[in-house]
Design a protein around this ligand. Structure first.
Ligand code: MN
Length: 415
């Protein structure tokens, strides 16, 4: 990877190097949303850049970049979105600071980031074999991995309306739970006592498919615009009581959080890796070759209320995922199910092979049996009110990082 120079001062340790240029939607106090690309400590205001004629078709692109979400931009297709990205990269790599720079660049500190897409549909997969095995062990010690798991990228349809952008507080849900030590199978209505996170990544659909037409696995990545960090908040006690026989419902749909910057799949090209060996070999429609996984490092941080110090509770990596994004999408559409621009498909909890790489508190505390120590001396089995949970992710090294920034959220007490 060659080094790129810019007239703009870009911190070497930034997530948002010249190689990255993720897209998002922001405002600067005026509540007028516009599209932007993150670069170092700045944002390239795409609406302002369009107005100066940087992309040609001035009126068209100004309209596209002043929409409240990126759906219309993403729907233009990869030839256009890649061209815009290249234009911005070239503009930032000019030998001298261009005249229009002050009009186009925004200090990132002055910006409020908004939900970058309108999400028509949300699907959550279950693609980490380590996670599926860990959860299985807790509930079914003799038979942790169900027989279908190595054949099917297991998933379910989640709730799109409650997906929120990083920074949005999450209210602890109430619902039916079985109180510990209570009568067997008699629930109470109470606030969840087992608030958890799930360390996930999600991909954003960039191209719609017609109803009735499967997306072949080898074409699947043409339909993927980019990736975000994803926290699939989970109330384990609600989930445990409700999930039989139809799966996750109110233990999940009270909120999921995404990072505000969408990293285009193109930016991750140097960090594509082969996934784990799949045994048995998948059925033909899921067969794929090559580097279909991503090497993205992940970390999870907890900050109790009032604490400035962070406690890192997990380090993981997307490369551990057993089922690739292409396989997930091929499976999702093999029956003819259609996809729409802005659809989010999350990986499922990304747990690694070692206990310090597990992607949920359910696993990290092993069902609440092993409390985790925080830097302030307190302990956690599940999240407490006031706790802030942050996920960060990045690929590459200083100067060339493809970072995702973070997805963060604070737990509010139940109503
Ligand atoms: Mn999940």
């Amino acid at each position: 990877m060659q080094t790129k120079q810019s007239w703009l001062s870009i911190p070497t340790d930034t997530d948002f190097s010249l190689f990255n240029l993720p897209v998002g939607v922001f405002h600067t106090g005026d509540h007028t949303p516009r599209a932007g690309m993150a670069i170092g400590d700045h944002i390239v205001d795409l609406a302002a850049a369009a107005e100066t004629g940087l992309f040609g078709k001035r009126r068209f692109f100004t309209r596209i970049f002043t929409q409240p979400t990126l759906n219309a931009f993403i729907a233009l297709g990869k030839p256009v979105t890649n061209r815009i990205r290249k234009k911005v990269q070239d503009w930032l790599s000019m030998p001298e600071k261009p005249e229009n720079a002050d009009r186009i660049l925004v200090d990132r500190k002055t910006a409020t980031l908004l939900m970058p897409i309108q999400v028509p549909n949300y699907t959550d997969f279950y693609s980490s074999i380590e996670h599926a095995t860990n959860v299985g062990k807790m509930f079914r010690p003799d038979n942790p991995l169900l027989p279908n798991w190595r054949w099917i990228p297991v998933g379910y349809h989640g709730r799109a309306s409650s997906i929120v952008v990083s920074g949005t507080p999450i209210r602890r849900p109430k619902g039916q739970i079985l109180p510990p030590g209570g009568a067997p199978d008699i629930p109470v209505y109470a606030a969840s006592r087992q608030m958890d996170f799930e360390l996930e990544m999600a991909f954003v659909i960039g191209k719609e498919s017609p109803l009735g037409e499967p997306i072949p696995v080898e074409k699947a990545e043409e339909y993927i615009f980019g990736l975000v960090l994803f926290n699939d908040w989970s109330a384990r006690d609600i989930q445990r009581w409700e999930y039989v026989p139809l799966g996750p419902f109110l233990g999940k749909n009270f909120g999921s959080s995404i990072s505000p910057w969408i990293v285009p799949l193109e930016a991750l090209k140097p960090f594509r890796v082969k996934g784990p060996k799949q045994t048995p070999p998948p059925l033909e429609y899921l067969e794929s070759k090559g580097a279909k996984n991503c090497n993205i490092e992940l970390e999870v941080i907890v900050q109790p209320a009032g604490q400035t110090k962070e406690t890192r509770i997990s380090r993981s990596n997307t490369k551990y995922l057993y089922w690739s994004m292409a396989q997930q999408l091929a499976h999702h559409t093999v029956n003819g199910c259609n996809v729409q621009v802005g659809d989010l498909m999350a990986s499922g909890t990304i747990s690694g092979p070692t206990p310090d790489s597990y992607g949920s508190l359910l696993e990290l505390s092993w069902g609440g049996k092993n409390p985790l120590k925080m830097v302030d001396g307190s302990t956690r089995t599940f999240l407490q009110d006031g706790d802030t949970l942050t996920i960060r992710g990045w690929a590459g090294k200083d100067g060339q990082k493809i970072g995702f920034g973070e997805v963060t959220g604070t737990i509010l007490p139940s109503l």
